[in-house]
Design a protein around this ligand. Sequence first.
Ligand SMILES: [Zn+2]
Length: 511
Amino acid sequence: MRLSTNTLLAVLPVFVAAHADHHLHARAQQHARQVPAAAPPPPVASAAGSSSQANVVGTTSSQVAASQSSSPAVAGTSTLPAGSSAASVAGTTSSVSSAAVPSLTVQLQATNPTAVPLASIIPGQVSAATHPLPSTAVAGSVPTFLSNAPPLPTITGLLAANYPPPDRPAPTDSPEVQQWIKEVQDTGVVIPQFSPTNGIGGCANNTAAASDASRCWWTCGGCTRSTDITECPTAMDWGLTYDDGPAFYTPNLLEYLDQEQLKATFFVVGSRVFYNWNMLQSQYMGQHQIAVHTWSHFPLTSLTNEQIIAELGWSRKIIKDVLGVTPNMMRPPYGDIDDRVRAISLAMGLTPVMWTRISPLATFDTDDFNIANGQTSVQQVIQNWENIIGNATTRNSGFIVLEHDLFEQSVEVATGYILPDALGHKNPPFKIQPVIHCLNKDMTDAYIETNNNKTNPPAFQAAVSAGIVTVTGTAAGAKSTGKSAAVTSKSTAGSLWSLAGLALGGLMTLP
Ligand SMILES: [Zn+2]
């Protein structure tokens, strides 16, 4: 099915708002991307023909300077605006304006013969045709690849009246959210009483929270807990993930994945599932893993407990409405998670999945999202990717990379360059698979309704056993009369984000 003009116009405001959301947050958040595993070799002017990842072909003077620098922090760092708080975390950030687009300095193992030329993958590019969904899911069909899965729900359309407004934190006074709050309380989980962060300012404007190690705040320092999934256990295994869809160009990505017989994990935004529920059904029936990426894509640590419950609950619900199954994994937008968000997620049966992070300067984030808004170039994204696989191939365990299917540019760099390059990497090859499979688990383990809870114990029970969360009461999952006061705590910071949400939501009313 080709998206009609009317369809595009109908959903465009959502993507405008989403873009604004990310742009706003990109200025506030810090994401040090990638540096090479080791100091890069000296530039080789006549390196054409070599397949070494670090070869420099067609090097510009600025890149020679970068590659000759003794500081590995210079090469491969992402483009960030001046004043970004990244420097306070990463220590070094080379700020490159979008006008100074670097030439491609790496030689890929392979590219897609039908790839969109790099020169055309730019902000504001002329939109290419969206492809038809590779397969249209049939209502009522049974996902035979998933034991005990219910038939695909029969949907002809979703009613807006049944869901909160898109792309802003959902109200917390609805019967649904009130029920989910009660369910969280009934687990007996003790939610740490941290005040919500001021998400607008990132680490620089949250100095107290950023220095509070007890929060275990990933955003400012990369702290993780043992229940967070941050990598695949086996070397050369790549947990393939795409965030922020389903969106216009998701079918183009699905077509390529089908062609190469690859399966991925999609962390989907509930607001976008509302518009593109048929895509979600195709993804699911295509045996990709579906997981939660919140309702409106706000940074979760900036929200109140109730808002976090609403963000996760509505995304979980719309996926269940469309697929008949409930995911048991989530990825926090921007990786923004701390122990308060963890406790709530786990109490809602959702295991956090991050992307691999070796150091502040080596996160496995391609930064593909920022091509569309001009904050980085496709060449830089490919350089980031090459740095990622340079690091990945030296690890004793596998890895998870952050990529997106929201914008055309991200899909084009994935299908034209990143995935072909990975597939061309033969000795040894990468094993590319959904996160659930790289954990040596079955796809049935990825959904509440199909998980037999043997190889993949429920998230909350596992977290209690691991000592990551505590409960009031006698045992994990026990009904408890003790109510966590934090579930009903309010904060000024959370309200600020609510206002920001309203402002962003206002964009959706633009023509
Ligand atoms: Zn995201």
